[in-house]
Design a binder for this molecule. Structure first.
Ligand SMILES: Nc1ccn([C@@H]2O[C@H](COP(=O)(O)OP(=O)(O)OP(=O)(O)O)[C@@H](O)[C@H]2O)c(=O)n1
Ligand SMILES: C[C@](O)(CO)[C@H](O)COP(=O)(O)O
Length: 379
């Protein structure tokens, strides 16, 4: 299960349309370069990251990005850059994310959702947004040929995810296309489309850079609130009941609790409720209310989100750390992020874990706990 996901970050373009003096990936967006943003956002999901650099810039990229990523020289075309990077990925990697440094702000959650779909059996997964404008097909003389039905069109983003074997076959079969999914479509493999993100815009022009800056910088008029939440449950004695944790079913004994005992989901609910000053889990979904007996962590998360929204807030991000000896969280981190984020309508979620060196009830293997923080902003 380990070392399953590799990511290719295409960063070998010149960025002519942006008109910077440097390759576009080296242009700064608030606190770091575009390529650094892209690496930061994929690092929690990918065990290997290969970045393509323009000829003459490999050493500069290496210095900037450090040892955590591999930098190679890209090709003249984007698809050539991807093909070169793909050939460098060792065999043990089952899934490949192909991403543009130009889509520097695509979130970790989006990447995790793509990977979760691959783990679920899809072979090719791409994020996309609905098309807002009416699109015309135009002939070479500048006259409209036809107007495609907008409801069937999508504006496609990255990271795009593929099983490694499908991506290799697709690149071996055709040489060029503006995205990797097109190569996969050409070999007859179904490509699943999932919801993309406004923040995953491709930074192509100066105005895109301004939009991305706007997305990153908190607006001073907004109210920002932080919250904290903790939950703990003991493992139950019924060996036939499976553990529910971070919105997933695990091959371990279930935790005891009035609801499903999902400590990660509950800690996040508490963190969100505390950020909005709406009390705590017990007050909102108490044991006195039969409605919540056995309720899933996902249900509590989505009901918490409704309360946060009603109080006039949106989620900026939540972070949860699970404390315990097992299960091993890192091997299913992407799935856990995707499941928790889905329950929170796409919010940015990060999931980490730690053991406690054999100390306390978690160290003794008697149960699990989780601690979460949440940042919310006024809508
Ligand atoms: N030979 C190439 C060309 C492009 N890219 C990467 O592919 C992504 C998408 O391309 P685009 O945004 O069009 O970037 P540029 O080609 O750099 O832009 P321009 O066309 O304005 O020069 C970018 O992150 C770019 O660095 C690449 O790795 N190798
Ligand atoms: C892959 C891509 O980001 C999907 O929208 C896009 O096609 C890459 O940009 P380019 O300008 O086509 O190189």
């Amino acid at each position: 299960m380990i070392n399953k996901t590799a990511a290719i970050i295409a960063a070998a373009g010149a960025g002519n349309r942006l008109g910077a003096e440097l390759p576009k990936a080296l242009v700064k967006l608030v606190d770091k370069t575009l390529v650094e943003h892209a690496v930061t956002n994929l690092a929690p999901i990918a065990q290997l990251i290969i970045v393509t650099a323009p000829a003459g810039f490999v050493e500069e990229y290496k210095k900037l990005l450090g040892d955590a990523v591999e930098v190679i020289e890209g090709g003249v075309l984007r698809s050539e850059s991807i093909r070169i990077a793909l050939s460098k990925i060792p065999n043990q990697y089952e899934y490949v994310l192909v991403h543009d440094a130009a889509r520097a702000l695509a979130s970790t959650t989006l990447a995790a959702t793509v990977i979760a779909q691959l783990i679920n059996g899809e072979q090719a997964v791409i994020p996309a947004l609905d098309v807002i404008d009416t699109i015309k097909e135009v002939d070479s003389k500048g006259y409209v040929r036809n107007t495609p039905d907008r409801s069937t069109l999508r504006s496609v983003q990255t990271p795009q995810g593929f099983t490694r074997s499908v991506l290799e076959r697709a690149h071996a079969a055709s040489s060029d296309a503006t995205d990797d999914a097109a190569l996969v479509e050409a070999i007859g493999v179904a490509v699943k489309v999932i919801a993309g993100e406004e923040r995953a815009l491709k930074i192509t022009t100066k105005s895109d850079l301004a939009t991305a800056t706007q997305i990153l910088l908190p607006t001073s008029t907004k109210q920002i609130r932080v919250g904290i939440g903790i939950d703990a449950h003991a493992f139950g004695s019924d060996k036939s009941k499976k553990l529910l944790l971070a919105g997933l079913i695990w091959d371990e004994v279930a935790l005891e609790g009035h609801s499903d005992g999902d400590v990660a989901a509950h800690a996040i609910c508490d963190a969100l409720l505390s950020a909005a000053n709406l009390g705590d889990l017990g007050e909102n979904f108490g044991v006195a209310d039969e409605k919540y007996a056995g309720a899933s962590g996902s249900k509590l998360l989505s009901e918490t989100l409704t309360k946060i929204k009603a109080a006039g807030f949106e989620i900026e991000n939540v972070a949860v750390q699970i404390v315990g000896n097992k299960p091993k969280i890192s091997v299913r981190r992407a799935e856990a992020i995707a499941a928790l984020s889905k329950a929170l309508a796409g919010a940015r979620v990060s999931v980490s874990a730690t053991s406690t060196d054999g100390l306390g009830f978690t160290g003794e293997g008697k149960g699990l706990s989780a601690i979460a923080t949440a940042l919310i902003v006024s809508a």
